[in-house]
Design a protein around this ligand. Structure first.
Ligand SMILES: *Cc1c(COP(=O)(O)O)cnc(C)c1O
Length: 446
């Protein structure tokens, strides 16, 4: 038999394993180290009691013939689809019926599987840096083209995110067939405003583009002016699929449950230009290749929409958000250039003058015993940045930031080469390293 050779083309992603290995090595060579993990991409707080109670009840249902549940509907149980439609959409003024909501075992599966319903020839657009699933799953399906020497794929359009555009992708001048957008974004922590989302929806209408809107972190949005759903934008139902997850919202990373909205208004074309509702294709795909999420887990997810459930989500997210805000403020004060950390658990940071993510990672690890994730692992445009997350305890978060603010980044470097602008000097001032500042001021003649 012959294999799908796209898998051979796909380079191994070494990001998380390299980080893990480096942390292991560090622990072995520094057995006394009090390492603080700020690279965690997973929630850490336990599941809310009302969810646990609902799941216990569902387990008991399985024990009696009258309440036993076998195969459920592939689209998910009506009780959960209706709760989602009511609380996540209709109560917020968005007209999404339960029938357009498909329950899944998580957002990652859906983001990868959606590739089944659009053409193999589709041109994909992604933000760089971005969540790696968009590119890797497209490559597996044969939509990558060739791997170029800069690590990018020849058939994929990369929308570069830079400090100049606030680490948010700009609407490209060319059209693409499929556009992956993520807000709040992993890894940069940035969010799209209503105006920006309007531009994307308009772009999609103009270019007949399908937007796959990943809003796995929508529950972290506290600013009422920032849209939590793309369907808050007029005309979005004709161009966008929305993918969501209970993972980061409610600590379901180990339980596995999410959902995808495919509005009945959304259509795609065949080669002759005939239109077909995508909802029908996705329904067919799910009915054929998926047998539904677990009844027990769906009962647990349903409990999140009870008053207790909503309160618990708010409290948990509040902890992560206040950690992220603290990280953002502490790093800014220490002189880092920082994005995200508002409406998001992620903080994206760079030390001025250091353009190598791995060197910055090593420096923070060896001098503060704090781990981060090198931004280059999320794409070429992530070079120089590292990602910090709010998924630790408040106590550890504060301790980690205190240590980082004490790092003398200037030490061992060529002053003139690395800090040549007045802004950089000002940044260092915040470190309270006054003798360093004196040296610098002298070196630069300011
Ligand atoms: C965590 C994450 C997901 C996947 O969530 P699951 O539901 O656990 O599969 C999807 N998109 C982004 C951006 C994420 O960070």
């Amino acid at each position: 038999m012959y294999i799908n050779e796209n898998f051979i083309k796909l380079p191994q992603s070494y990001l998380f394993s390299t980080v893990a290995n480096k942390l292991k090595e560090y622990r072995e060579s520094h057995p006394e180290a009090d390492l603080i993990r700020m690279d965690i991409g997973d929630v850490t707080l336990p599941i809310a009691p009302c969810v646990i109670k609902a799941m216990h009840g569902a387990v008991d249902d399985m024990a009696a013939a009258e309440t036993f549940h076998g195969y459920g509907p592939e689209q998910g149980y009506p009780f959960l689809r209706e709760a989602i439609a009511k609380h996540d959409y209709q109560e917020r003024g968005i007209d999404i019926p339960a029938n357009d909501i498909f329950i899944s075992d998580g957002a990652k599966s859906d983001l990868g599987n959606l590739g089944n319903i659009y053409s193999k020839k589709s041109v994909i657009g992604v933000a760089d840096p971005g969540y790696p699933v968009y590119v890797d799953s497209s490559v597996m399906d044969g939509r990558g083209g060739e791997l170029l020497s800069d690590g990018r794929w020849s058939r994929i359009l990369y929308m570069e995110c830079k400090p100049e555009n606030g680490f948010k992708p700009a609407v490209p001048s060319q059209g693409v067939d499929i556009l992956f957008l993520c807000s709040p974004c992993n890894p940069t922590g940035t969010v799209f405003t209503r105006e920006e989302l309007k531009d994307w929806v308009e772009y999609a209408h103009r270019n007949k583009t399908l937007i796959i809107f990943d809003s796995a972190y929508e529950a972290f949005i506290t600013d009422p002016d920032i849209p939590r759903s793309i369907y808050e934008i007029e005309g979005a139902k004709e161009v966008a699929i929305e993918v969501r997850s209970f993972s980061k919202t409610a600590g379901f990373t180990g339980l596995r449950c999410g959902y995808t909205v495919v509005p009945s208004e959304l259509k795609g074309m065949d080669r002759e230009g005939n239109e077909y509702p995508l909802r029908q294709l996705w329904n067919r795909r799910q009915s054929t290749k998926f047998n539904g999420a677990s009844y027990i887990i769906q009962r647990g997810a349903e409990a999140l929409y009870s008053p207790e459930g909503r309160k618990a989500i708010k409290e948990n997210i509040g902890v992560y958000l206040s950690n992220a805000r603290y990280i953002r403020e502490a790093l800014e004060k220490a002189g880092f250039s920082v994005f995200g950390g508002d409406n998001s658990p992620y903080v994206w940071a760079k030390w001025p003058g250091e353009d190598d993510s791995w060197r910055l990672f090593e420096r923070i690890l060896s001098e503060a015993e704090v781990s981060s994730t090198p931004g280059i692992g999320f794409g070429e445009s992530g070079a120089g940045y590292v990602r910090f997350t709010g998924f630790n305890t408040t106590e550890n978060t504060h301790k980690a930031m205190e240590r980082i603010s004490r790092i003398n980044f200037n030490k061992g470097n060529d002053l003139e080469e690395d800090f040549t602008t007045l802004n950089d000097v000002k940044a260092i001032k915040a470190l309270d390293e006054l003798d360093v500042l004196d040296d610098l001021t002298e070196a630069l003649g300011i």
